[in-house]
Design a protein around this ligand. Structure first.
Ligand code: SF4
Ligand code: SF4
Length: 445
């Protein structure tokens, strides 16, 4: 990418892969607002952490933005009603992450009656603690997909010294354009959100990391930060998984987060660019997290789109809206193709971390029979965490979980690069996911 005829420096990390980005179908499509459906299904676990307890019962009238579930557990944030209407049941319902979960079903009365919103246009008058409390109470979680409660991430231990905020605007997963479109359409709100985060952390340096395939977003953000001396942009090489936290930190600051440590260990907090936008909404406008932008794509949909949808909208309704062809669709994925989760039903609702819905046809699936490892080393070359993925498949086959741990399995960020590059289609991702789950269970005992 060039600016004013000058070639800009590109930041990157070692390892990684270059899958076809497949973003062209939706990168120029403005975010469409999808009308809220008649029924909304609010899962009572929308973040990494503890499930929530409902605050409403069947028959209750609710307003748009009303808190309807929360938990006393530390690792949690509440959820809010995306519409005004009536609670018609509380049931166990399919869940986009895994299996089923307790879910509040709300019938939309289409009156759009809001709770009273507490706006803070002059947020500089508020303390860091007050801002954190607003972010927690409005149910903000990371918008990149992981859905970690934001108030916890912005509240590192007092003995940890943070000096830099990195805004993850890489959106390196193929197909997805939700962050890209937000940057193009809402750059000023994103920048205000970044300023709020800087105030909370009490620091003066933010760097937005954006891949060099997002020219329009880069131009819009550059304009929006023109008067901001504390915010800069680092242009990143388009490579997967450029949006991994440790990869961003290495690429932008040349700092290595040690094994088994968090970014705060090297003085950094990383937040997704979409999270900055919803922080602005919560603090300045008083709006809780009741809707999100996602990309609907894949060859199975006739009208790929970027949509603003209410949390609780079923995948089935979104796929119908994007005119899915069910005869040719073979797989539905929540999220991107590399780290997303395959769905066994369209009955699952959107949750706060749903960044995309992909409908894949046979040609888009890479389902080949697994063959023996030929020790080519390609998986090792691409691993951004410098691991030995071939060992995970070998040891996983014989259930040698502890030995997998000795090969630093828990440092794996589950990016899927090794499985993507493997010429023998070894079941690397599967072995890694099972091994990590077994190791974590063993470590808890
Ligand atoms: S071992 Fe983990 S971090 Fe390394 S390439 Fe495979 S999935 Fe990614
Ligand atoms: S890429 Fe596949 S075949 Fe090559 S060493 Fe790794 S596991 Fe073996």
């Amino acid at each position: 990418m060039k600016k004013g005829g000058v070639k800009l420096k590109l930041f990157s990390f070692s390892g990684g892969i270059h899958p076809p980005d497949k973003k062209n179908k939706t990168e120029n499509k403005a975010i469409e607002i999808m009308k809220a459906p008649k029924l909304l299904y609010i899962s009572l676990l929308q973040h990494i952490g503890s499930p929530l307890d409902e605050l409403v019962t069947k028959g209750d009238e609710v307003k748009k933005g009303q808190k309807i579930a929360e938990s006393k557990a530390f690792l949690s944030v509440p959820v809010h009603s995306p519409v005004s209407g009536k609670v018609i049941k509380i049931e166990t319902h399919p869940f986009a992450v895994n299996g089923k979960i307790k879910t509040i079903v709300i019938e939309n009365d289409e009156k759009e009656e809001w709770v009273e919103l507490k706006k803070n246009p002059d947020y500089n008058k508020l303390s860091g603690e007050q801002l954190l409390d607003i972010i927690k109470e409005n149910g903000i979680v990371g918008q990149g997909g992981a859905a970690f409660p934001t108030w916890i991430k912005l509240n590192p231990p007092k003995d940890v010294k943070i000096d830099t905020l990195i805004i993850n605007a890489a959106e390196c997963e193929p197909y997805l354009n939700a962050d890209n479109r937000l940057m193009i359409e809402e750059p000023v709100k994103i920048v205000e959100g970044i300023k709020i985060i800087l105030k909370i952390l009490g620091i003066e340096k933010a760097v937005i990391g954006i891949e060099n395939n997002k020219n329009e977003a880069y131009m819009k953000l550059s304009k929006a930060i023109k008067a901001e001396k504390n915010i800069s942009i680092a242009l990143l090489k388009t490579k997967y998984p450029q949006g991994g936290e440790k990869q961003l930190i290495k690429a932008i600051l040349d700092r290595e987060v040690p094994s088994k440590n968090l970014p705060s260990k090297v003085g950094v907090v990383v937040q997704n660019v979409g999270t900055a936008k919803v922080i602005y909404d919560a603090v300045v406008e008083g709006i809780p997290l009741i809707e999100r932008v996602l990309t609907v794509s894949g060859n199975g949909v006739s009208e790929p789109k970027n949509l603003l949808v209410k949390i609780g909208t079923k995948f089935e309704e979104i796929l119908n809206y994007a005119k899915v062809n069910r005869e040719i669709t073979q797989k539905i994925i929540s999220g991107g193709p590399m780290m997303g989760i395959a769905q066994y039903t369209e009955d699952v609702p959107v949750i706060k971390g749903t960044s995309g819905i992909l409908a894949f046809t046979k040609e888009e699936l890479n389902e080949y029979e697994a063959k023996s490892c030929i020790s080519c080393g390609k998986c090792v070359n691409v691993c951004p965490m410098n691991l030995l993925p071939l060992m995970f498949a070998k040891l996983g086959r014989f259930k040698k979980w502890e030995e997998m741990g000795e090969y630093n399995l828990l440092d794996c960020i589950e990016c899927g690069s090794c499985a993507y590059i493997c010429p023998s289609n070894r079941p690397l991702t599967e072995a890694i996911k099972i091994g990590k789950s077994k190791l974590r269970t063993m470590n808890r005992k």
